[in-house]
Design a protein around this ligand. Sequence first.
Ligand code: UT7
Length: 347
Amino acid sequence: MPRSRIAGMGKYLPNNVFTNNDLAQFMDTNDEWIQERTGIKERRYAHRTEETTATMGIEAATIAIERAGITAQDIDFIVFATLSPDYYFPGCGVLVQRALKMKEIGALDIRNQCSGFVYALSVADQFIKTGMYKNILVIGSEKHSFGLDFSTRGRNISVIFGDGAGAVVLQATDDSNRGILSTHLHSDGESAEILAMYNPGTHANHWGNYASFNDAEMADMFMSHAMIDKAENFPNMDGPSVFKKAVVKFPEVIMEALDANGYKSTDIDMLIPHQANLRISQFVQQKLGLKDEQVHNNIQQYGNTTAASVPIALCEAWEQGKIKEGNLVCLAAFGSGFTWASALIKW
Ligand code: UT7
């Protein structure tokens, strides 16, 4: 059975740097609070009109394809992870296929928020293991800045998120000593609504009985003034509850990957945790007994870029020479759903 290995990586961060002090001009917040609670100093925001989730993904993908030593024509399949797509539908995958003038290959969008990239990687890994495809483009990209509540009402969320994209080319290899060793995917929908964007959506539980609706009420079901007044078109999060679950599930899913392959936590050469909060990463590092040089964090510069955070951090760690051939690399993520996931890779 072939294995899959990461043959090329790319990342794209918009030029526009937005500091904590810049945010304090819009809302009641301050640099000290944000740094102390999250570790974030600044984040990037995409150009309002010229950059989208797809265009940033395409920039990252172009670099990944070039570094893999192949062309866009060699890609057999696209998996695109995002929660902030260019369109409600179709997904971003087809926009990549069009922009890079690829063959009429399959394109799949994954909606798993913070764990989206690790889920996407796992999906791609299965297609390669079965021998169906040889080169799969896996992208994580987010343009959060278009849809955050920049008033004080939304400050617990809007200070955290940033824009950016990361991409990898996953390639089949017969080398049994390297590649993705295993992936581990989990969910618990019990708390689905505590980190969610409710509208636009098809849930109607707060609308009462459809049968009694007049025409105007029916027309308002997709998007209404009432939804906007209640800020239901913005993400909603019970931060402390997410934090409590994250610090349990991160170490658990990392240990699951290590146990499955006969490793212990200190065997990890590089842990790439989803960049949700520096305090979460530090807790996980401490719990697993890892040194600073065994964990790569960049939330300080980029904030939380959701599905893009793992591929951006992975690419950055590699570009900085922190990942070398033969290293044991672990990717792990936790977020909305809740969903969480890990991947263990022999580089
Ligand atoms: O990647 C997706 C998964 N997401 C996560 O993993 C996020 C996990 N949660 C967190 O990272 C943290 O819960 C936050 C960073 C979101 C919040 O930090 P916290 O230490 O849990 O703060 P809190 O929500 O308990 O709020 C403490 C106080 C509140 O004021 P009072 O009620 O104590 O007066 C908030 O209103 O801080 C206030 N606050 C702020 N103050 C200044 C909330 N946001 C801000 C802000 N600036 N931006």
